[in-house]
Design a protein around this ligand. Structure first.
Ligand code: UDP
Length: 235
């Protein structure tokens, strides 16, 4: 498969066309942003780590029947994925209170939630990705009821799988963000699952092994990404 022109450059990835319209190549960058792009920096080695970590999770998820955009890892930073039409929703699952949930509802970070929750944000940078509910998403034609039902089912399957898998390597899955796309009229999991898009806490010490180290200037950002990858992949 041949990489052709760049289609798009996002905050953490570039996307290139290929000679096959069904496939594109994503290239992971070391750039990091937070707070709607107001905080910017780089995390050395992050692109290669997120590429490997995300591909590892997507291949495991395929094995349990979750369809994903993953096709083939090409190199350290590049992966062939299906050319989906992204559903403009960020789908957030939470097991433990943290971040915007803690702030919005006044609940301490680290509080175990009575049930795992799901919420959507409308992916729209100029509006600051506002929280949106299912009725509003359907009203705005972002997705249909059937598509949302499928997205919700898949998101909770991802949560069940990842929670158990990560506990096995001593990590608590606090919360995470997923994005879905449409490919040949089917909803499949797209984007990435990595320390950029999840909160991972060490099971015993609650040490943060994710992008909160960058967002909150906690130090040892690179070390945390490396520690996460080596627990997951033994590298
Ligand atoms: N998240 C993300 N991209 C976003 C917003 C959130 O990947 O644009 C992830 C974030 O890493 C965390 C989860 O979604 O794992 C919940 O984030 P939260 O709503 O608490 O927002 P934050 O505190 O990061 O602003």
């Amino acid at each position: 498969m041949k990489k052709t022109v760049q289609m798009y450059e996002g905050k953490a990835k570039k996307v290139f066309k290929t000679d096959n319209p069904d496939f594109v190549i994503v290239q992971y960058k070391d750039d990091a942003t937070a707070f709607d792009g107001k905080k910017r920096g780089t995390i050395a080695g992050k692109g290669a780590i997120n590429n490997k970590v995300s591909n590892h999770f997507f291949q495991r998820l395929e094995q349990i029947g979750v369809q994903t955009h993953f096709v083939k890892e090409l190199s350290d930073r590049e992966t062939v994925v299906k050319n989906v039409e992204i559903v403009p929703l960020e789908v957030i699952i939470r097991n433990v209170a943290a971040g915007s949930f803690s702030k919005r509802y006044g609940v301490d970070e680290g509080t175990q939630l009575a049930i795992s929750t799901l919420e959507y944000s409308f992916k729209n940078d100029s509006l600051g990705d506002p929280l949106i509910n299912d009725y509003h998403a359907i009203a705005l034609r972002l997705a249909t009821r059937d598509e949302l039902d499928k997205i919700n089912r898949m998101a909770f399957m991802v949560n069940e799988f990842l929670t158990g898998y990560l506990l096995g390597i001593g990590i608590k899955l606090i919360d995470f963000k997923l994005e879905f796309g449409k490919f040949k009229n089917e909803i499949i999991l797209a984007d990435e699952i990595s320390p950029d898009t999840c909160r991972f806490w060490d099971k015993d010490t609650n040490e943060k092994l994710d992008k909160d180290r960058f967002r909150r200037d906690l130090g040892n950002v690179e070390g945390a990404y490396i520690e996460f990858m080596s627990r997951l992949l033994g590298e």
